[in-house]
Design a protein. Structure first.
Length: 587
């Protein structure tokens, strides 16, 4: 019997491969001819051929969603979970052969009644889709995800318009007419964006990472799973189930994204004050003193309040901003720093949200709730907790952390550099990368600059390394990859790790480990030589500002060393295009 196995895991990573590997020998033992289509962010999807689809007598779909469900119209289809497939493959396949039903676009109810679960609806018709992309830094993922969605939509025969909300604000803004005519809205956002203009439309929420790496699957899933959200976002929680990077992580990234301009502007202004001498700012009334006052005394002073305020905004919308900023300012004044600011933001956000949801007032005074009741109650609770409960212990923790980082010996410094460098190169702008970056940015408020130097240096390594590899071993790369390598090299110099994503998506098992090795080496060297960085972004172009990075030569050496290890290493281990094994049919 000719059987198609389609595996998809929600996280887009290794589980889909495990399911295929577990089910393949069980199918062969039954004498089945098995063709597989594995959907994962680890490698590009090799879709099934028309001949394979035509010959198939049974389709087994494991995981959600079913990618390209319309392809299987008229086929016997069984839909099962990853857990069932992994626990007992043989029994799972027997159930599939016994319980599969002929799939038609409208047989969802019949499938559900049989216990076979709902089957994805037909998504073959042309649809009008509008989308918004927004990542925490608003630099790379935002625009790359937008381009990927637009390309995937055209490939699937849909009309797609994408608005980007990056570091320079909204670009290619959607018009009211475009939103009104849209059949579907995709919000590929790692931070909170205002959804009210899409009220009454079918909305699908996901991350920029999914939109970039699995753009086709994202659109197919959106057409099936999108839900209508009310004007007040009443259905938002249900829709957000499709967004895997939600909750605490998403709220934190929202705060970090709004804080970053303060950090970058403040850091660069501090660095500019050092142009006149490391201690020139101490002389009152001078330009260096003014620059230090603007950067260090004002911009850096706003870092923690803005972080806390927009964490609270992500949780409770606008009512959370005031109590969040008040809690963040208290954290800063108490000495609790960025850790206290994060706690204050979450506390203020959830208190404001609780007041909004659970405090019921007469209709005559309900209008006072957002301007009087919520700010008063949330600010009072947050402030008292910060002063009497959280503030001093967190301040002690931050002081101990700062003292440890400043006093640690070379061995501990190297180990920390290795850890931060590897984290920056693990997922190229993903959660682990952002966790390391947030750690470094937070320490800037405590005037601890060494971790941020290691983090930025290591973050440049993957993209620069891929550029080096395409230059050194050009014969191993296709023409489009060589062009991508040039762009990747430039992006790496700008501290945009995402430039390496096209290479990591195609060959993750080689690109990611060799990038982590190079990043770890760079981070270790940077920490070993005591490099310090005043501005948390800008890549090598920050070197144009005297004293923004010290020591300059050793810092450059750290970047060059790690980039060469990654670039030359990948050039050596990469297999040529002709030798690459497809991941798809018969796998």
């Amino acid at each position: 019997m000719n059987v198609i196995l389609l595996t998809t895991c929600p996280g887009g990573s290794v589980t889909s491969y495990l399911a295929a590997q577990r089910l393949t020998p069980a199918a062969e033992a039954k004498g089945w001819q098995l063709s597989t289509e594995v959907h994962s962010s680890l490698a590009p999807v090799e879709t099934l051929s028309h001949q394979t689809l035509a010959a198939a007598e049974l389709v087994i779909a494991v995981g959600e969603p079913i990618a390209g469900a319309h392809r299987f119209s008229g086929k016997r289809l069984y839909r099962g979970s990853l857990e069932d497939a992994l626990s007992d493959p043989s029994d799972f396949l027997e159930r599939a052969a016994r319980d599969a039903q002929v799939f038609t676009p409208l047989n969802d109810e019949a499938a559900s009644a049989s216990g076979n679960g709902p089957v994805a609806a037909d998504v073959s018709d042309e649809a009008r889709i509008v989308a918004v992309t927004a990542c925490p830094t608003g630099v790379a993922h935002t625009f790359m995800a937008a381009e990927a969605l637009a390309e995937a939509g055209r490939g699937l025969g849909h009309q797609v318009r994408v608005e980007t909300q990056g570091s320079v604000g909204a670009q290619d803004q959607l018009t009211d007419d475009e939103i009104a005519q849209a059949d579907l809205v995709i919000l590929a956002c790692d931070i909170e964006v205002d959804p009210t203009r899409f009220a009454g439309k079918r909305i699908y929420r996901t991350s920029t990472g999914n939109a970039l790496k699995k753009s086709r699957q994202t659109i197919e899933a959106a057409l099936v799973e999108a839900q209508v959200e009310s004007a007040d976002g009443g259905a938002r929680a249900e829709s957000a189930k499709s967004f895997k990077e939600k909750g605490v992580y998403k709220h934190l990234l929202t705060g970090v994204s709004f804080m970053l301009p303060m950090v970058v502007a403040g850091g660069l202004l501090i660095a500019l004050s050092f142009v006149f001498g490391i201690e020139a700012f101490k002389e009152e009334g001078t330009l260096p003193a003014a620059l230090m006052e603007i950067g260090g005394g004002t911009a850096f002073a706003l870092m923690v309040p803005v972080l806390a305020g927009y964490i609270a905004y992500s949780i409770a919308d606008r009512p959370g901003i005031a109590p969040g900023m008040i809690g963040g300012m208290l954290a800063s004044n108490i000495g609790a720093g960025f850790i206290g600011g994060i706690l204050a933001g979450f506390l203020a956000g959830y208190v404001a949200k609780a007041v909004t949801r659970y405090v019921k007032l007469p209709s005559s005074v309900e209008s006072l709730k957002p301007i009087l009741i919520i700010p008063l109650v949330a600010s009072l609770v947050t402030g008292l907790v910060m002063i009497y409960v959280v503030g001093e212990p967190v301040a002690g923790v931050l002081e101990a952390l700062t003292a440890f980082l400043e006093s640690m010996g070379s061995t501990n410094a190297v180990l920390l550099g290795i850890l931060l460098g590897a984290m920056m190169c693990f997922d190229l702008g993903g959660p682990v990368n952002k966790a390391a970056y947030t750690f470094g940015v937070g320490l800037l408020a405590s005037e601890t600059y060494a971790p941020m130097a290691a983090i930025m240096a290591a973050g440049m390594v993957p993209a620069i390394g891929m550029g080096i590899a395409t230059f050194v071993a050009g014969r191993k790369f296709a023409d489009p990859e060589r062009e991508a390598g040039k762009a990747s090299f430039v992006l790496g110099l700008c501290f945009i790790s995402e430039g390496a994503i096209p290479f990591a998506a195609k060959d993750p098992l080689r690109v990611i480990p060799i990038s982590m090795l190079g990043g770890a080496i760079t981070g270790a060297i940077s920490m070993l030589v005591g490099a310090k960085l005043m501005a948390p972004h800008g890549g090598v172009f920050v070197l144009l500002i005297p004293n923004a990075i010290t020591p300059v030569l050793w810092y450059l050496l750290a970047i060059v060393a790690g980039s060469l290890v990654t670039g030359l290493g990948y050039a050596a281990i990469k297999r040529g295009e002709a030798a690459a094994m497809p991941v798809g049919e018969g796998a």
